[in-house]
Write a protein that binds this ligand. Structure first.
Ligand SMILES: Cc1cc2nc3c(=O)[nH]c(=O)nc-3n(C[C@H](O)[C@H](O)[C@H](O)COP(=O)(O)OP(=O)(O)OC[C@H]3O[C@@H](n4cnc5c(N)ncnc54)[C@H](O)[C@@H]3O)c2cc1C
Length: 483
């Protein structure tokens, strides 16, 4: 019998439309599915706590799916992937290693070095695109350079033809020899010791099945109104696919294919434009990876150099803590930050609003925001998080202009018109009439008394004056513009 091939699962925790797995199964009688958990504590951008929770459950789901097909997920854990793979190769006499590519700068470096080392020893290494519609180097401007503006980028993608017809999952897989030992998933220590994650299981079903169920629900019930509802945090109007996509439990091709099928089945008026707008958001994810690949320094430095000199505040720890804990006294911001803490997710519009408050009204460096999101989001994704923060701070590609400073009061009035979102997350002020819900400080003292609400006691007084800090942010911006 020929030597086995290793399929190294990373951010592609699915069996269907998985090019590395399909290629290995096509060519080899024996295939060993492996997940390697690198416990390099010091490396930057290790999974944050919420992502670890997701990863645990996603691996559990993958492991169970593999078992149903007759295979087994082999888990190895240690300080570096190279030596863990080497050990496994020595034990199994594998001659081939397959994986789907990653695009985070440190993963690119690591994978290059592993590929070279394995090839030097005579192994065959095959890597594939399993996570994006296009490789970041396949789409370029006419002059060959990378795009920095979304619309022409997406036009170029659409013109190239969005890839479709994703493969199904294999129907069965070869068994893995019992001599190949696996670490127990629980031993990876991905679940938190203090159980802050108790609400997460009600909200999420990590894994391939959960991803498809979530997408089907969205396509059945929400896609037809996506353009309007996607901005409403009080409505379940978006797909909530981001963590499923991040961990590769579903591919963007599969999402597009199913969205096209939904259009074909349900030709009701308006669905086409709404579905296209949804697919365009998948395009923003592609754009984020395009930027990350071409401008890897942007994970912690602004794309545009002049922003390096931005006069951020120096002493901000108390305000940062208030922001993190949903205690700024600005209800829409606090609602978002509490939603994030309790569910590991925050609505996109609210992400922009909380990021705007942090970087503009509070003048706290955007990197502090990326790090908090990194630790608390189940969908924490280096490409999309970097793009989202730089976009809001005004220092990245196709960014909101710096002078666009979200007003959390008018945003709440527009996008949470009945206050359902604020009432859900800020019960302390839920009794206030809609008019004052987004700005309790403006409520007459007698009204607050009537409802037994004491600002600064039951709920914080605002930590900033929105109008004055807006002016201050614009003045600071002028200083870098001049320089
Ligand atoms: C400050 C900030 C930080 C962010 N951090 C992340 C992050 O760490 N991980 C992450 O996946 N997204 C991030 N986003 C983008 C966006 O908020 C989320 O992708 C979206 O809210 C996920 O919800 P959904 O799946 O219901 O989105 P939908 O509206 O249903 O969109 C479908 C998919 O398109 C992609 N998408 C949508 N909007 C964006 C966008 N603006 N940028 C990139 N991709 C997008 C996502 O993969 C999403 O799942 C961030 C945005 C901001 C403003």
């Amino acid at each position: 019998m020929s030597n086995p091939a290793i399929v190294w699962f990373r951010q592609d925790l699915r069996l269907s439309n998985n090019p590395a797995l399909a290629a290995a199964l096509d060519k080899h009688e024996r295939v060993i599915p492996v997940f390697v958990h690198e416990q390099a504590d010091t490396a930057a951008w290790q999974h944050g706590a919420a992502s670890c929770w997701w990863l645990h459950h996603s691996l559990k789901a993958l492991s169970s799916s593999l078992r149903k097909l007759g295979s087994q997920l082999i888990i190895r854990s240690g300080s570096d992937s190279q030596s863990l793979l080497d050990e496994l190769i020595a034990q199994t006499k594998a001659t081939h290693v397959y994986w789907n590519r990653l695009y985070e700068p440190r993963h690119i470096e690591r994978d290059k070095s592993i590929k070279q080392a394995l090839r030097d020893r005579g192994l065959e290494v095959c890597s594939f695109n399993g996570n994006l519609l296009f490789e970041p180097w396949q789409i370029s401007k006419n002059d060959g350079g990378p795009f920095r503006v979304f619309t022409p980028f997406w036009k170029a993608c659409v013109k190239s033809g969005l890839p479709g017809h994703p493969d199904d999952a294999p129907e069965n897989m070869p068994a893995v020899s019992s001599r190949v030992k696996s670490a127990r998933l629980e031993s990876l220590g991905l679940l938190p010791k203090i159980r802050w994650d108790l609400n997460f299981s009600d909200q999420w079903q990590p894994g391939e099945t959960g991803a498809h169920q979530r997408l089907d629900t969205f396509l059945d019930h929400a896609v037809a109104r996506y353009q309007d509802d996607r901005n409403r945090p009080d409505i379940d109007g978006t797909s909530m696919m981001s963590a499923h996509l991040h961990f590769g439990e579903i591919s963007p091709q599969q999402i597009i294919e199913k969205t096209n099928q939904a259009i074909d089945i349900n030709k009701q008026q308006g669905i086409v434009a709404n579905a296209e707008s949804f697919v365009r958001e998948i395009g923003w994810r592609e754009f984020a990876y395009h930027l990350l690949y071409h401008f890897p320094h942007t994970v912690d430095r602004p794309l545009y150099e002049h922003f390096e000199d931005f006069p951020w505040k120096k002493n901000y720890s108390a305000n940062l803590r208030a922001w993190q804990q949903g205690q700024t006294g600005i209800p829409l911001v606090d609602a978002g930050m509490r939603q994030l803490w309790h569910t590991g997710w925050m609505h996109n519009r609210v992400r922009m609003i909380v990021a705007s408050l942090l970087t503009k009204n509070l003048l706290i460096p955007w990197q502090q925001g990326t790090r908090w999101f990194w630790d608390t989001l189940v969908d924490a994704d280096l490409a999309s998080n970097t793009l989202g923060w730089q976009w809001t701070a005004g220092c990245g590609a196709d960014a909101a202009p710096y002078f666009r400073i979200f007003n959390p009061v008018t945003q709440a009035q527009k996008f949470d018109p009945c206050g359902a979102y604020i009432r859900q997350w800020i019960p302390e002020i839920a009794a206030l009439p809609d008019k004052y819900l987004s700005q309790p400080w403006a409520a007459p003292a007698a009204l607050l008394d009537d409802h037994n609400i004491k600002l600064g006691n039951d709920y914080p007084a605002p930590i900033v004056d929105l109008k004055a800090t807006r002016e201050r942010a614009l003045e600071r911006y002028q200083t870098i513009k001049k320089s």
